[in-house]
Design a protein around this ligand. Sequence first.
Ligand code: URA
Length: 264
Amino acid sequence: MGKLANKSEVLYHIGFAPERLRGATYALLPGDPGRVQTLAEALGPAEFIATHREYTSYLADLAGEPILVCSTGMGGPSVAIGVEELARAGITHFIRVGTTGSIQEKINLGDIVINDAAVRLEGTSTHYAPLAYPAVADLRLTNALVAGAQAAGVTYHIGTSISSDTFWPGQERYDSFTGYVPRRFQGSTAEWRALGCTNYEMEAATLFVVARAFGLAAGCVCGVVAKRTDSEKVAPTDTYAQASAAFAATVKEALLLLTKKAGK
Ligand code: URA
């Protein structure tokens, strides 16, 4: 067990003290601060806790169980900072709820992908464990997300994310300022596809490595907002809404199972 913060100590980046969590041990981690309130209210009555830098937090009441929803911003460094402080505040289970670009033909816009592993195409996790260390999700959380997707009736896929430090070159996007993708990434999407990877995003690998290195549990579910076999573009807002509804319903069902409130 790591070192917990004092109950009344306001943690520097997340901007609140552990006592505000009312004993919550589960956290949902969207990237976007703008999605926190909606996601929290999809679980049940929710109260605002704090907003500081990229970390906006609400505490939701899911059938009597407190669940924290806290944004992480984009990319590995801000995920690692958030997880460090949330772990010190008593969170033991982290579920990333994000958006993603699919790279397999069969994965469509608005579907969800449950990531049970991630390629460490980022740098932050190497500060916590050598590259030989795997970025894998917790099995119990992953199984609950699968059961949650089934209960919610959404179209889901399970697979390996490629967690990239960049949205453009690392995800082999050419519609950038220069249009140039360094040689190391040219052809990389086809290679990841051939290796069976499912999607690009920017946070799962860091979350999986940091949580496992801490002896804590992490899972990840992402809504598909770009279909890279068709286009580099991110889809219009109605697809965002469809993907958000799918992952919100999935995590709610998953959390009901995990906290043993299902059917109550
Ligand atoms: N997030 C990413 O990192 N990539 C995408 O294509 C979509 C969302």
